[in-house]
Structure formats: C-alpha cells, structure tokens
Design a binder for this molecule. Structure first.
Ligand code: 2BA
Length: 109
C-alpha cells in the first residue's frame, strides 16, 4: 500500500474529487495554504493499493492544469529606510505536487 499526498490548485479540486469518486478511489481533501504564495490550495490524501498508484497519478495528471499566477511581494524598507515599491511577479504554479510514500501498516476500526 502507498500513501499519496497531492497538493493541487483549488480550481481543480472539485473535478479531481469527482474523478476519484467515479473511479472508486478513496480520498481525503483538505484546505491548505501554499508557503510561498500564501494562497489557498487543496491537499488530497489517498491510501491506495500498490497496483493502483499509476491509475491515481494518471487521473491527477489529466485533471490538474499548470497555470501562471501573479503575486505582489510585501512592501519592504531598505537600509536607507526608503520604501521600495513592490511589483507583481509571475509564478508558474504546477498542476500538482505529488508525494508517494510507503505505508507500513493500515488499520480501520
Ligand atoms: P506555494 O508555496 O504557494 O508555491 C506556489 C508556486 O510558487 C510554486 O509552484 C513555485 O512555482 C513558486 N515558488 C515556490 N517557492 C518559490 C520560491 N522560493 N521562489 C520562487 N518561486 C517559488 P509549485 O512548485 O507548483 O508548488 C505549488 C504548491 O505546492 C506550493 O504552493 C506548495 O503549497 C506545494 N509544494 C510545492 N513543493 C513542495 C514541497 N517540496 N513540499 C511541500 N509542499 C510543496
């Protein structure tokens, strides 16, 4: 068995939930926040048999799009105490960031 943790964009989360339900893939969905953009994203936790891992990864790959996003860094004061005006920077946010981990033991009571 493997534990899959997939961090995806909020915009793709409903479609991905529906795909998992249709395919009989059990998943837990959690609202999370990206450390860099500090914007909401969605994390799925999926416990799945080894032989279905590729199926799960294929669904994630097909459902989650990569997008460009703009972020404005916070206003900062430089050493001369002058404010430097922040300007938006473009960031490519991936379709999904996925971790696949071995599960030592799985119990449901
Ligand atoms: P955020 O941390 O909000 O990052 C959003 C996007 O900003 C990232 O997209 C990346 O393109 C860019 N980015 C992140 N850190 C950066 C930095 N120090 N300098 C410049 N650009 C930076 P993704 O790489 O596709 O990541 C999307 C989200 O997946 C991340 O949101 C974070 O929540 C999660 N993530 C990505 N890599 C991770 C990791 N190694 N461990 C845990 N979570 C991760």
């Amino acid at each position: 068995m493997k534990l899959i943790i997939a961090i995806i964009q909020d915009k793709d989360s409903n479609r991905l939930s529906n795909e998992f339900v249709d395919s009989g893939i059990p998943a837990t969905k959690s609202s999370t926040t990206g450390g860099f953009l500090r914007a909401g994203n969605t994390t799925f936790i999926i416990g799945i048999a080894d032989e279905r891992v590729d199926e799960v990864l294929d669904i994630i790959r097909e459902t989650c799009q990569s997008r460009e996003q703009f972020m404005t860094p916070p206003i900062s004061l430089d050493v001369s105490m002058e404010t430097s005006m922040p300007y938006p920077i473009e960031v490519q946010v991936g379709g999904a960031t996925v971790f696949v981990m071995p599960v030592e033991r799985f119990e449901q009571f």
